[in-house]
Structures are given as C-alpha cells and as structure tokens.
Write a protein that binds this ligand. Structure first.
Ligand SMILES: *Cc1c(COP(=O)(O)O)cnc(C)c1O
Length: 486
C-alpha cells in the first residue's frame, strides 16, 4: 500500500520549505551573547522537519485518525471511567468570560470565575460529605499526594513523627503506593480475602502506632463494595491513623453514599473521570481533595473564601502544606465539571450511579457463561473476569485484548488488579446504550468461541490495525523516543 500517511514528519522534510509566514522584523535584532548565561545558548541549530503548512496538517490529521477516543468508539477501560464528554461543557468552557480570564488578574475583576470555583467546592463538599475542598491538584495522583502530605503534616503537627506507614490493599490502583512513596511515606500491603475484600484480620495485624493512614477505594478495584468499611474505619481511627478515600471513579456511589459518612478523613476525586472532563493522553485533569475539619488548616494555599459578598484568595494559612499547583488548578476542567453537576442536578447524578451499576452487572452476567468470574456477586460500576479458562487453550488475556482491536473496540484494562489471574477488567460507564453493550458482549463471546475452535486467529491478532503485534518488552526496555536517521 502506498500511503503518504505512513511517512514520518522528518521523512517529509525538504530543505528550505516552511509552513508559516511572518511579517518582516521591524525591531533591531538583539545579540543574545552576554544576556543569557554561557551554556544556555545553542551552539548549533536544532534539526527540525521542514514542511509546508498543508504537509503538517495532513500529517497530524492522519495520525489523529489512528487514535481511539470516547468520541470514536466504546472504551471499556476498567478503573478509568472513560465516559462521554457532554458538548455543553465545551460550550460553557469557551464562554469569553471563562476562556479569556488571566490567572494574574486582580481578584475584583474575576469575581464570576471565583464564584464558580467556590460554588463547585460547595457542591463537592455536599457530594463527598467532607468539610472543605481544594481544587488545586491537577489530577488524581496529584490529589493523592496532596492528601497524603496533609495527613503527614497533621501527624507532624501533633508530634506524631513515627506515623510514616500507609496501608494499601493488594488490589489498589498503582498510583496509591507511588503517591505514598513520593509523599515520603512507606507502603505496607494489606491482603484481600477470598471474597475480594480487605481481610480484617490482616488489617488488625498491620495497623499500629506507625500507621499514618489506610488508603482505600470503595468500591475497590475489583468493583466490589467494602461492606466492612465502618469497622475498618474504627480499627484505623482507634490506632490513631487517618482514612484516605481514592474517589477517582465515584460512579458507583455518587448521590447514594458518601466517603465522609463512611468514616473517611480525606478523599480525592477525578473530575476528568466521574465528572465528564475529557481525559487521556496526559491532557489537563482536575483532582480536587476534600478533608474533614481537623485537616482544614493543612489545605494547600491560597484557599478561596467569601468575605461578605466578595470572593477572595486567603493566603494567611500558617499550617498549609503550601501551593501544589501554579495559579488555582486547571480552571477549564473545573468549569466543565461545574457545568456537568449543574446540568445533571441531584436526580441526574443519582441516575448516573444507577445506570453505571446496572450496565456493569448486565455485562457481567451475560459474559459469565463464557469467561470465569472470580467473585460471583453483584458488582458496582466495574467487574473483573479471569481469562484462565482461555489460557488453558493457549489464548492469553493479552491475545483477547488484541483481538478486540480488530472490531474497533478499545480493550478493557488487563492484568490488573494483580490478585486475579489473567485479569480482564471492564467498566462500561453509565453513558453507553444497551445496543453498544450488547455489541461488545457479542464480540467477547465470539472471541471466547474462537479461542476454542480457532485459537490462532486470536493469538495472532490484531489483523486489521495499522500496526500489528508489538514487541512490548523491547518497547518498554529500549524505547526510541526521537527520530533517528536510518
Ligand atoms: C485514574 C485513577 C487514579 C489516578 O488518576 P490520574 O488522574 O490518572 O492521576 C487513581 N486511582 C484510581 C482508582 C484511578 O482510577
């Protein structure tokens, strides 16, 4: 196939060709020597592709067509809540008064923007059952780190310097132990029991005078609700630790149960998951953190407050952990989340949860006949299957994921959580129709049958994509991240 899309941008380069036109310079050129420290100046010009505007537009448009996103197809990636991004959010985020404000503007000139942020905080306080919320953190993992830094500061303020351990279940999202480490704390693992829930005996064994916090997501990453959460909170609080709730995916409890009521002291949310901000590709996210009253002094500063009728930034916070993000969070994502919450209303948010849970259970039951179900009980917003039955036929979960690409689906999360063999983790979200769910399930059933009757077709998939099976080990160990001339 001759396809100009296949060429790298460097291969399209023709010396002297340019893709822009600028007016003649009408100011004297500055000699940079002496203005910048030695060594900061380039000794030679960088090698850049030289292409026309049309070439570069076609190149990136072609690349973008190879991408898979929520706007191009079903994206059942577990523990990621890849849901529909309502287009009204985009309209509102583009209002001049929101899109064109500058973060260095005087507070008196951005009262509307500050009111929106303040109001969003109030809604998130209500939704989570917390006492105060910060919108500064830029993503979920950043929120985790911010929350753990506050817990650390709280223990230090109490002279409790020995509290350096964070207890994390073995099914936890990978960012949890990573955030604990970056916050200067140490992770200890608590085991899950045969029902996929935290083992209370093991929790009692690991909790102690060195416990800073228990970090948990509920429902957990297997999609199961931790029924003993109140008892767990008592165990950790009795030992002097705090409870941290990873609320990245709140679709299963939104408007039904609140982390604050379950006994949690700190919670982060992913507005770019549960609250419909677009996400993926490292784009801007928002990971607000809510806290109970005794942690309020440690919130990042500045804090938005209301003085009389005026919204202001309060910098006078002597115990604050400091600023965690330039300016005040990713404003555009916060505008989208606010628009979503206001357009759904309380009843709408309740329906979100009901559909998210119904959709997941519907798919789980339809698939249970063809794939092993490690925990056979009702799930919340997501569920895990095990591909161990197919593995015996020589077809691994990775092969099943690759085969799904042939049908235009983004595969589910695979090999996570780690405590399920050949794990397949599916999160349909509440925004997909029954027809879409059925089509996906039909293909999964077809693949299960192929594994029995014609395993090669699954083992050698994908057959229809631009790039076939990759050497993933080499890609991970020896990544080539820039253009190298052949
Ligand atoms: C996505 C996710 C995170 C991390 O959020 P980022 O915005 O990607 O940093 C943390 N915990 C859980 C359960 C998640 O699903």
């Amino acid at each position: 196939m001759h396809n100009q899309d296949q060429a790298l941008i460097f291969e399209l380069s023709t010396p002297g060709r340019i893709g822009y036109s600028l007016p003649e310079m009408d100011v004297p050129e500055l000699d940079l020597e002496g203005l910048l420290p030695e060594g900061y100046l380039r000794s030679e010009e960088p090698e850049l592709p030289e292409v026309s505007e049309l070439d570069i537009m076609r190149h990136y448009t072609a690349l973008s067509r190879r991408n898979h996103g929520v706007d191009s197809g079903f994206y059942p990636l577990g523990s990621c809540t890849m849901k529909y991004n309502p287009k009204i959010n985009e309209n509102v985020a583009r209002f001049n008064g929101f899109a064109h404000v500058h973060p260095l503007q005087d507070e008196s000139s951005v009262q509307g923007a500050l009111e929106l942020l303040y109001d969003l905080q109030e809604h998130l306080i209500e939704i989570t059952g917390m006492d105060e919320v910060t919108l500064q953190p830029a993503a979920g993992a950043h929120g985790e780190w911010t929350g753990l830094m506050m817990i650390r500061a709280y223990h230090e303020a109490n002279g409790d310097l020995k509290r350096t351990k964070v207890i994390v279940p073995d099914s936890a999202h990978g960012t949890n132990p990573a955030s604990a480490t970056v916050a200067g704390l140490e992770t200890i693992t608590v085991k899950s029991n045969e029902n996929g829930l935290v083992d209370l005996e093991d929790l009692r064994r690991v909790v102690g005078e060195d416990t800073a916090a228990l970090m948990l997501t509920n429902p957990n990453t297997l999609g199961l609700f931790e029924e003993n959460i109140v008892e767990m909170a008592e165990i950790v609080h009795a030992a002097g630790g705090k409870l941290y709730y990873d609320g990245a995916n709140l679709n299963a409890v939104l408007s039904k149960a609140r982390p604050g009521d379950m006994g949690f002291d700190v919670v982060h949310l992913n507005l770019h998951k549960t609250f419909t901000g677009p996400h993926g590709g490292g784009g801007p996210g928002s990971g607000p953190v809510g806290v109970k009253a005794d942690l309020i002094p440690f919130l990042p500063k500045p804090v938005i407050t209301k003085r009389g009728e005026e919204f202001v930034f309060d910098y006078d916070r002597p115990q604050s952990i400091g600023r965690v993000k330039p300016y005040y969070g990713n404003f555009g994502i916060n505008v989208r989340a606010y628009t979503y919450i206001r357009s759904m209303g309380p009843d709408g948010l309740k329906a979100v949860t009901e559909y998210a849970v119904l959709n997941a259970n519907y798919m789980m039951r339809r698939l249970a006949e063809y794939y092993d179900l490690p925990f056979d009980k009702h799930c919340k917003h997501e569920f895990v299957l095990s591909g161990r039955r197919q593995k015996k036929l020589g077809v691994r979960t990775l092969d099943i994921a690759k085969r799904l690409l042939d049908f235009g689906y983004h595969p589910p999360t695979i090999y996570f959580p780690l405590n399920v063999e050949e794990c397949i983790m599916i999160e349909p979200t509440e925004t997909e129709s029954k027809e879409t769910l059925d089509s996906f399930v039909d293909i999964m059933i077809q693949i299960a049958k192929e594994a029995e009757e014609n395993p090669e077709i699954v083992q050698e998939a994908p057959h229809t994509t631009v790039v076939g099976r990759m050497d993933e080990a080499t890609a991970a160990r020896k990544p080539i991240l820039k253009y190298q001339k052949a």
